[in-house]
Design a binder for this molecule. Structure first.
Ligand SMILES: [Zn+2]
Ligand SMILES: [Zn+2]
Ligand SMILES: [Zn+2]
Length: 351
């Protein structure tokens, strides 16, 4: 939903070495890359709200704010509601500065918020940070009070934030949340939280996708004649199962229950969490081309194994260097760059 016709940002990860950033006037904590300014804002009434950012050290890593889903959402709502300025983005910048940041997937102690069902019981194992609650309430005011603070004792346990933006569940949850808001606006009634609660409870029953983490001895959905293409329960339910229900031959060939993979070498990871592979899968379904899927899956798996081996090798060298503690700084930096290069190739070409 957040991609809706808007160009992707070429600087989605924090990166050093550029001095061409822009910022939103009055919000120095938001940086925008020149591509997003040019592609998204250039011929809009909002362009005047941006100016060049004050130069800083070229060693500082900077991330383009327009690559984050919240800022994108703020802009989509700005357009939908024909706001005269970028007040929603400013509000998000302000929230970011005045609330503890979302801990994301780092297990943290927070004053957590949760969802209550109509009987008043909290949905179990669902914890949202206050920063995200504030953003939702600011952007989607009909949802004020939807998330309520969990009893104090819940705050002393380390949790991950359920609305962390990394991972695929975020956009599922956010779509549902937007839906609730739209309905509440259209019907002028209080939002109905049941559809979100049902989705959350369904998702919490299965393990979340571990993405490219290599697991040993895991259980997977796969097509026995294409064992390279392993899919986790989470992605199976989201992507493969709906196609199986539509009787797609390719989807029906996957085992319906999770099973172990034999001869998995250094490990197995989910092959269907990335946007790229989901696109490959959809194309294969649409054209009913299982060979294409098999070829793409094999290419990816080969690249994954090759890059993993290389990465581990560099990591081993770096560790050895550390142990000797006499290694030159140049060598350390070279290894660090090598690791970044491997991760870059994975992300840009194969993931
Ligand atoms: Zn950008
Ligand atoms: Zn959060
Ligand atoms: Zn997955």
């Amino acid at each position: 939903m957040l991609a809706r016709g808007m160009p992707g940002c070429p600087r989605p990860d924090p990166v050093a070495g550029y001095d061409d950033w822009y910022t939103l006037v009055g919000c120095p904590n938001l940086d925008f890359c020149p591509y997003c300014i040019e592609d998204v804002f250039e011929r809009t009434i909002y362009r005047n709200g941006f100016r060049r950012a004050v130069p800083r050290s070229l060693n500082t890593k900077v991330q383009c704010a327009f690559s984050t889903p919240w800022i994108r959402l703020a802009y989509i709502l700005t357009l939908q509601q024909r706001k005269p300025d970028l007040i929603l983005m400013r509000d998000l910048a302000e929230i970011e500065q005045t609330s503890e940041p979302c801990p994301g997937s780092v297990e943290s102690i927070r004053s957590w918020y949760g969802l209550r069902d109509p009987e008043g019981y909290f949905v179990r194992d669902f914890h949202v940070c206050y920063n995200d609650v504030r953003k939702i309430e600011r952007l989607l005011p009909t949802l004020n009070g939807l998330f309520t603070r969990l009893p104090t004792r819940a705050s002393y346990e380390k949790r991950k934030c359920a609305l962390r933006t990394e991972g695929n569940r975020f956009s599922l949850y956010l779509d549902k949340i937007l839906d609730m808001h739209d309905r509440a606006v259209a019907t002028r009634k209080l939002p109905d939280s049941m559809s979100l609660i049902n989705l959350v409870e369904r998702k919490l029953r299965i393990r979340e996708c571990e993405r490219d983490n290599m697991l040993l001895g895991g259980l997977w959905h796969f097509n026995p004649s294409m064992p390279d293409f392993t899919v986790c329960e989470d992605c199976y339910e989201e992507i493969v199962e709906p196609e199986a229900r539509k009787n797609s031959d390719i989807a029906l060939r996957f085992n319906r229950t999770v099973q172990p993979v034999y001869g998995e070498g250094i490990g197995t990871s989910c092959q269907l969490y990335s946007r790229r592979m989901r696109k490959v899968f959809r194309t294969a379904i649409k054209e009913d081309d299982i060979k294409y899927l098999g070829r793409k899956a094999k290419e990816r798996r080969d690249a994954e194994l090759r890059l993993q081996e290389r990465y581990r090798d560099v990591l081993r060298k770096a560790r050895r260097l550390e142990e000797r503690s006499g290694g030159s700084e140049d060598e350390e930096r070279r290894l660090e760059r090598e690791m970044e290069k491997i991760s870059g190739e994975w992300k840009d070409m194969w993931e």
